[in-house]
Design a protein around this ligand. Structure first.
Ligand SMILES: Nc1ncnc2c1ncn2[C@@H]1O[C@H](COP(=O)(O)OP(=O)(O)OP(=O)(O)O)[C@@H](O)[C@H]1O
Ligand SMILES: [Mg+2]
Length: 456
């Protein structure tokens, strides 16, 4: 019960006292009271309708599937104005025609073609005038006098409202009833119009959303195609340098092959101590392993392979191995290599690939430095990361290639350089979840800083 009805009840309770006074006043007050009661009932009904309308608006605004939305709008409209039947049409501006998108009770057996025609005439009128239309007595409405079927099917009350959003005619909702008990009022018409306004906006939004989805799908398809083309291109580019790499490989293989041959000849000598034999054979094996690793690395690069054979390896072992391997060439050039390992714990790496990383950086330092130069390798822990620094005493990285240093085929000042060394470094380090960067320290040469996660 609302506050208004409570007040009316209170007023009515005072009536017996009035009865004792002037009978005309008593009668007038009774009449006014009755009118007030009617108005209160109408007001309450209107309030309930507005509440329903608000809920309907909120509900339909949450539906994004257009078809489902149209069905739901029609169902809501029928319940809202207590219609018997109804349908929702969509306007097709190009064809200058409409089509029924949802219908309730308008199926074969219950209505015939003639009846559908009448309602379609009404719809056409609403669409052309863009105005709501209502008749409470279709039989006597001069607008439908020509249709004898209206009388035949005793359609009493009809309402049709246009669906318009942002000046765009979307369609219309039609409802009717044959029950004499349910005559539509102008309140019903404004209620249906209000629903139609909300529905039109919801349909427009759902359509926009659908369009957006479609665009997204098209964009995704284009993107996929672009990615495929890009992959193709990258592969083609990689393959085109296979020739260049092959010649540099042959070049790089010559010297070590000579030393392998030398050690193999030494192995063939008589009267070798077991230690000497072991030393010669392991030196040969290690060199061969490195070359196999090197060719594999180039193959992996060409294929874009990122697979890693991860294991926990002590940082000291990684670095000392690399130092031992490059030592002879450093010595031959009058260079030194030294380490200062503050962190000696283990890291989770593909040992072969990661040693190639350090080797590539060390070889670059060897190429860059003049006799007397020193390469210092340090390690330290920084929170959850291990940081490795390889600092040389060379001239530093040429500024003109600094921003592209880690890109493939960027090489400077080396006749046989492929420019793949640092590209491989970056790829392998990033495959390990780490980072690599280079810095030039004034008067100090180049420094390469690698970070690796301790808990990958
Ligand atoms: N420590 C360094 N000091 C000075 N310049 C360096 C140093 N490291 C790399 N560079 C420069 O960076 C370039 C690119 O190095 P990267 O290792 O990628 O290719 P490369 O050594 O030229 O050829 P590759 O290693 O494939 O045989 C080198 O050509 C060199 O000019
Ligand atoms: Mg290099």
């Amino acid at each position: 019960m609302t506050e208004l009805t409570r007040q009316l009840d209170a007023l009515e309770a005072t009536l017996p006292r009035l009865r004792r006074g002037d009978p005309t006043v008593f009668y007038e007050v009774t009449v006014i009271l009755e009118k007030l009661r009617q108005a209160a009932i109408a007001l309450e009904r209107r309030q309930a309708e507005l509440l329903t309308l608000y809920e309907v608006g909120r509900d339909i605004a949450s539906i994004i599937d257009v078809e489902q939305l149209l069905e739901s709008i029609l169902d809501r409209a029928i319940v809202l104005v207590q219609a018997e039947r109804g349908f929702l049409v969509l306007w097709n501006a190009e064809a200058n025609d409409f089509k029924v998108a949802a219908a309730r009770q308008f199926h074969a057996g219950e209505v015939d073609q003639a009846q559908v025609e009448i309602s379609h005439n009404i719809i056409r009128r609403v669409m052309s005038t863009r105005e709501p239309l209502m008749t409470t007595n279709a039989q006597e409405d001069p607008r439908f006098q020509s249709s004898t079927s209206i009388v035949a099917y005793s359609i009493r009350s009809v309402m049709a409202v246009p669906l318009i959003a942002k000046d765009e005619l979307i369609g219309a909702i039609y409802v009717d009833t044959r029950l004499k008990a349910r005559m539509y009022s102008t309140e019903d018409l404004s209620l249906l119009s209000a629903l139609a306004d909300q529905a039109a906006v919801a349909i427009r939004m759902a359509r926009l959303y659908e369009e957006l989805q479609q665009r997204n799908r098209e964009l995704q398809a284009t993107l996929d195609k672009l990615r495929a083309t890009q992959d193709e291109l990258i592969r083609a580019e990689r393959l085109s340098v296979v020739g260049r790499m092959a010649s540099s490989l042959v070049h790089d293989l010559k010297n070590p092959m000579t030393s392998i041959k030398g050690f193999a000849q030494l192995l063939g000598q008589e009267h070798l101590s077991p230690e000497q034999r072991y030393h010669f054979s392991t030196t040969i094996c290690r060199s061969v392993d490195r070359f196999v690793g090197m060719t594999q690395e180039i193959l992996d690069y060409v294929r874009g392979d990122s697979s890693l054979a991860l294991e926990w390896v002590p940082v000291s072992e990684l670095i000392n191995d690399v130092c031992a391997f490059v030592q002879p060439e450093f010595l031959a050039k009058g260079l030194r290599i030294q380490t200062d390992l503050a962190f000696t714990g283990s890291v989770h790496v593909d040992q072969d690939k990661f040693q190639r990383v350090l080797l590539n950086i060390a070889n670059n330092a060897r190429d860059a430095m003049d006799p007397g130069g020193v390469l210092t390798i340090t390690s330290r822990q920084d929170g959850d990361w291990v940081e490795l620094r390889l600092q040389d005493t060379g001239p530093g990285i040429p500024p003109e290639i600094m921003d592209r240093l880690f890109e493939p085929f960027v090489t400077h000042g080396k006749p046989s350089g492929t420019g793949l060394g640092l590209a491989i470094v970056k790829k392998v380090v990033e495959d390990h979840g780490g980072t690599v960067r280079a810095e030039n320290h004034p008067g100090e040469g180049a420094c390469f800083i690698i970070t690796l996660p301790l808990n990958p």
